[in-house]
Write a protein that binds this ligand. Structure first.
Ligand code: ZN
Length: 270
């Protein structure tokens, strides 16, 4: 434990960094390629609940694995959109937090090659991450499965609000499907291939805010590990990758990433 006695808003910044953070900073400074893999835990400080945690509001009334399913979308678009529309609205005004910003800053300093995310909330984009692989898609767009026409989120929201049956529709009248990967769907091949390549080449893979339980994304850290890279796990609660992790940080993701940033020089790899 830290022996720092500072209190108040600067206490976290002034506290002596944990040995894990120091080790991670050393790894990053010595690495040729660093990649981040993020999950729901990164968005929790922005007020977006992780549906795998209990007490998560809208997720309690329904089982998302049952309703956010491609078969429900195809068979019962009203039921799908009753559920998904609420989630869609809940994400509308969410803002990036310190964890998103820390990753943007690492990329700006040339210390992070890319962010691979399981999150669909667009917060990495909004924060300014440039190299971003959204393996579960995002809410940025929706498309018509019949005529393939695409609609931006604002237009989908307008159509959702105006729809008498609560189903936003294409001009061809077919229900719009959000550009996210639903249960029962395969992950986008191109995004997964890109994620795989990044993980294979990474000297350090930072797994942040993910329970690493959802396959096939959960297998990505093993790609890095088998290729000889180091895997760091920064998340609350146990993960199946803990045994392979060279650094395991269990604290708040924002505090851990800000502490990491403060240890890394402004241009360590330039
Ligand atoms: Zn259409």
């Amino acid at each position: 434990m830290s022996e720092a006695t500072a209190t108040g808003p600067w206490a976290a910044a002034l506290a002596a960094p944990s040995p894990g953070i120091r080790r991670l900073a050393d790894l990053i400074e010595g690495a040729g390629s660093v990649v981040a893999l993020t999950g729901a835990g990164v968005s929790v400080p922005s007020g977006i609940p992780d549906f795998r945690s209990p007490g998560s509001g809208i997720w309690e009334a329904v089982d998302p694995m049952e309703v956010a399913h491609i078969d429900v979308f195809r068979r019962e678009p009203e039921r799908f959109w009753t559920f998904y529309g609420a989630r869609f609205s809940a994400l509308e005004d969410r803002q990036p937090n310190g964890a998103h910003r820390a990753l943007v800053e690492l990329e700006r300093r040339g210390m992070l090659d890319a962010v691979i995310t399981q999150n669909i909330d667009m917060l990495h984009r909004r924060a300014g991450t440039r190299e971003l692989v959204e393996v579960h898609g995002s809410i940025a767009e929706a498309r018509c499965l019949r005529c393939t026409r695409r609609y931006e989120a604002a237009e989908v929201r307008a159509r959702l609000r105006a729809a008498p049956d609560g189903v936003p529709r294409c001009t061809c009248r077919s229900p719009l499907k959000p550009d996210v990967v639903l249960f029962g769907e395969l992950l986008p091949e191109r995004a997964m291939a890109r994620a795989h390549g990044l993980c294979e080449r990474a000297d350090v893979l930072l797994c942040i805010g993910s329970s690493l339980e959802v396959h096939p994304v959960a297998a990505l850290p093993l790609v890095t590990h088998r290729a000889g890279g180091s895997v760091a796990v920064i998340t609350r609660g146990p993960t199946p990758l803990d045994a392979q992790a060279v650094v395991r940080l269990d604290g708040d993701v924002v505090a851990e990433l800000e502490a990491l940033l403060s240890l890394l020089g402004p241009a360590a790899r330039v």
